[in-house]
Ligand binder design. Structure first.
Ligand code: NI
Length: 176
């Protein structure tokens, strides 16, 4: 277990499509342990394997109750392997996102409000959930990483993209 360096926007691996996990083995458990340590050390709400330099389709996320984000419903700790997303309805909503690979910056990103996600947990057991709001947003953000997409590419109007300290007071903050 170790806190690993997080790749920043511009690194080629962050633009690549990650490969599916084929074995639910000790190497996967070790990868997830490192993702976990890194996410917690940096106080992130989620992280994807490519962000620590591993091009595999694995994401983790969690949001505990936090007085900084009273408007956000907590999200249970989830390890999601080989995810598949299905938006439910066309409705989108905008939210201010950040990312451990884009430190210090925030952007207003539209995401599907409700979706179903399927995949596998760390042991290979199937996961199948229908979620909405921040939970749906964090899954879409993390799964984008597996397809080589970072949130600035999703910002609909680049006037709504900038440095967190400069934007303070103009946005409702969301966890990274
Ligand atoms: Ni991110």
């Amino acid at each position: 277990m170790a806190v690993r360096p997080v790749l920043k926007m511009g690194e080629p691996l962050l633009r690549q499509v990650a490969s599916p996990v084929e074995r639910f083995d000790a190497a996967l458990a070790e990868l997830v342990a490192d993702m976990d340590d890194t996410m917690r050390a940096l106080h992130g709400a989620g992280i994807a394997a490519p962000q620590i330099g591993v091009g595999r389709r694995v994401v983790i996320f969690e949001l505990k109750e936090n007085p900084r984000y009273p408007h956000i419903t907590p999200v249970p700790y989830t390890v999601l392997v080989n995810p598949r997303l299905t938006p439910l309805g066309a409705e989108q909503e905008e939210g201010w996102e950040g990312c451990l690979s884009v430190p210090g910056m925030r952007g207003l990103v539209p995401r599907f409000r409700r979706l179903r996600y399927q995949g596998f947990d760390l042991r290979g057991a199937p996961l199948d959930r229908t979620v909405e709001g921040f939970h749906a947003r964090v899954v879409q953000h993390e799964v984008d990483h597996l397809d080589g997409i970072l949130f600035p590419q999703r910002v609909a109007d680049l006037r709504n993209f900038g440095f967190e300290d400069a934007l303070a007071g103009q946005m409702t903050p969301m966890p990274d």
